[in-house]
Design a protein around this ligand. Structure first.
Ligand SMILES: Nc1ncnc2c1ncn2[C@@H]1O[C@H](COP(=O)(O)OP(=O)(O)OP(=O)(O)O)[C@@H](O)[C@H]1O
Length: 333
């Protein structure tokens, strides 16, 4: 029998855990829903197994809306969403239960996920009732203990307690443990440390890094660049609902091309430079790029480039940065 050598799988050839292709979200706003707000415009991104991808942008840029679309908490209004290669853009209500085996979410405020009059164990019971109704009591306890161990919580410290008896960091890790009970492929972590104090923040961030090493794909939603830098393999920068730049974290942080990314990076206080020095460096960069649009100089032949991103180097992509500017790019006049 001859053995056929299969080509090694690279990030590009593996099926992503999550892929969004030109996804849109339009909210109805105004009196009687007469107006429209385009919260997400043609967003495309991928998250692979064992990878943290940070979705970074200022307040209102559409980050949470993307997370909510992935979690089917809001509908999509265009484009395609796939999980493990399966089209999940529209799911009937009956399929959601199975969907949440693969895709779980954890949100900003751990306190609001717990009812103060019940012990915290209750969050696990709801999962058991829905997903493991026939499991033996002893097996269930083992499963809960495993999930708690994965988030470095000791059962005796946690179980039987009321929410007010635990710290925000412990509650947040408990919610991650609940998500892990289902052995998901993808975790959407939406600003999960923004309500935690500095000492517990790093514990939760390190937990995400450990989980990715175990193969989980993580979409990490944050407005904080330094968190994105700390935790993620890739970053996606969102501005007014549009992805303006994406790539490997180090590449984007060391060579940011879109002015919005550069502004975001310049706004992070640096320990080794004064604000005046940072401003001077930025002025040099801005002069260097003045009058040119990286996007269109790189992709002059693409007629629809305005809605897309141009590849700068392997995996580093940037959008037209004069789109919607006072002096728009000639391609957009
Ligand atoms: N249910 C809704 N109905 C109408 N507009 C909404 C709704 N949810 C969000 N929006 C609007 O959509 C835009 C994107 O909101 P989104 O919450 O996704 O942004 P974000 O980047 O996550 O911001 P933040 O960091 O402040 O949460 C905002 O202008 C917001 O006001």
């Amino acid at each position: 029998m001859t053995a056929t050598a299969s080509a090694p799988q690279t990030r590009e050839t593996r099926t992503p855990v999550l892929s969004l292709d030109a996804v849109d979200k339009v909210y109805k706003v105004g009196t009687f829903g007469s107006g429209e707000l385009r919260a997400v415009r043609s967003a495309s991104l991928e998250v692979h197994a064992g990878e943290v991808v940070s979705l970074i942008g200022e307040s209102g840029s559409g980050k949470s809306t993307i997370g909510k679309m992935v979690l089917h908490l809001v509908s999509t209004d265009g484009g395609t969403m796939r999980v493990g290669g399966q089209d999940v853009t529209r799911l009937k209500r009956g399929r959601l239960r199975d969907y949440y085996r693969d895709v779980q979410g954890v949100f900003q405020d751990p306190f609001s996920s717990f009812n103060p009059i019940y012990k915290v164990d209750r969050v696990f019971d709801t999962v058991r009732r829905s997903y493991f109704p026939k499991i033996r009591r002893a097996d269930w306890h083992l499963k809960v203990d495993d999930a708690l161990a994965a988030v470095t919580l000791r059962p005796e410290e946690i179980l039987g307690k009321f929410p007010h008896q635990l710290s925000g960091g412990q509650l947040q890790r408990l919610l991650v443990a609940r998500a892990l009970l289902l052995d998901p492929k993808l975790l959407v972590a939406d600003e999960i440390i923004s309500m935690l104090d500095a000492s517990t923040r790093v514990d939760v961030l390190n937990l995400l890094v450990e989980l990715k090493h175990k193969g989980l794909g993580i979409l990490f939603v944050t407005h904080d660049l330094s968190l994105g830098n700390y935790v993620s393999d890739r970053v996606v920068i969102l501005y007014r609902g549009r992805i303006v730049e994406s790539g490997e974290t180090r590449e984007v942080f060391e060579n940011p091309l879109h002015p919005y990314t550069r502004d975001l990076l310049a706004s992070v206080p640096q320990l080794d430079a004064t604000w005046a020095e940072v401003e001077a460096q930025e002025a040099v960069r801005t002069r260097r790029l003045a009058g040119t649009c990286v996007f269109h100089s790189l992709a002059p032949s693409e007629p629809d480039a305005a809605e897309g991103l141009a590849q700068v180097t392997d995996g580093h992509q940037v959008g037209c940065f004069r789109l919607g500017a006072d002096d728009p790019c000639p391609r957009h006049e």
